[in-house]
Design a protein around this ligand. Structure first.
Ligand code: ADP
Ligand code: MG
Length: 244
């Protein structure tokens, strides 16, 4: 099995006349944490959405866990199972308990029986520190707890890679730390992660590779101490001066 879990090559994506991704090359290797930073509108979410098959690229290739998403013959449902996604909003099913939020896709998609799905759900709720909330409804939880449930739900599908799109940017500041702590634990456990974030401290401490995007291109990428600590490109320096 290849050690490259996500491979993006010369990816182009336009919406009408607006070219949003202008030839992106990047990869995430097994067990690696790649953080994507950059100004609003630079194409970060679009990149993640192309990796998660929510958008179809205009050209270029995206390979996830050995599935070439851009191949018309690929089994997209199977490919998508390799990917866990956590968005900015919490996206839980409001009418289902926390436990049922974690079991429904396991049962439908992975055909796990109820007992196994519930055992795996509880294991993952324990991982995010919320085992005691299994019987709660999403509305009874804080935003930070809901986001941790969303992480546990994605983990319950045994993804090969977890994608995060600004998972803490809709949270009250005092709730951000708990979510970042869970993500940090996942990283320590060896989870393969592609994370779009504004949390520079997190990127600096947790990422193996940081990628700075601006205007639909990867301006600079490398280890955090270089890209955040000692950026070479003027555009990176300007961005960091604004956010740090
Ligand atoms: P980021 O996540 O870095 O803020 P996005 O990938 O969300 O950037 O957006 C990049 C650009 O693409 C923006 O100009 C945005 O308005 C545009 N865009 C994103 N999605 C669509 C869409 N579905 N239709 C039209 N334009 C879009
Ligand atoms: Mg975005």
């Amino acid at each position: 099995m290849s050690d490259v879990i996500v491979q993006v090559s010369d990816l182009h994506k336009s919406f009408g006349h607006l070219e949003v991704l202008k030839g992106i090359d990047m990869e995430v290797r097994r067990g690696e944490v790649v953080c994507v930073i950059g100004p609003s509108g630079s194409g970060k979410s679009t990149l993640l959405r192309c990796v998660n098959v929510l958008e179809a690229p205009n050209s270029g290739t995206v390979v996830v866990n050995g599935f070439e998403l851009t191949d018309p013959d690929v089994d997209i449902d199977k490919a998508r199972r390799a990917i866990g996604m956590v968005f900015q909003g919490f996206n839980l099913f409001g009418h289902l308990s926390v436990l049922d939020n974690l079991t429904v896709a396991q049962r439908k998609v992975l055909k796990r029986d109820k007992a196994e799905a519930e055992r795996i759900a509880l294991d993952n709720l324990t991982r995010v520190g919320l085992a005691e909330k299994a019987g709660s409804m999403p509305a009874q939880l804080s935003g930070g707890q809901q986001q941790r449930v969303a992480i546990a739900r994605a983990l319950s599908m045994d993804p090969a890679v977890m994608l995060f799109d600004e998972p803490t940017s809709a949270l009250d500041p005092e709730l951000v730390g708990d979510v970042l702590a869970v993500m940090r634990t996942l990283a320590d456990e060896g989870m393969t992660m592609l994370v779009v974030t504004h949390e520079m401290q997190f990127a600096r401490e947790v990422a193996d590779t940081v990628l700075f995007m601006d205007g639909g291109v990867v301006v600079e990428q490398g280890p955090p101490n270089q890209v955040i600590g000692d950026p070479r490109e003027e555009r990176t320096q300007t961005f960091l001066a604004r956010v740090l």
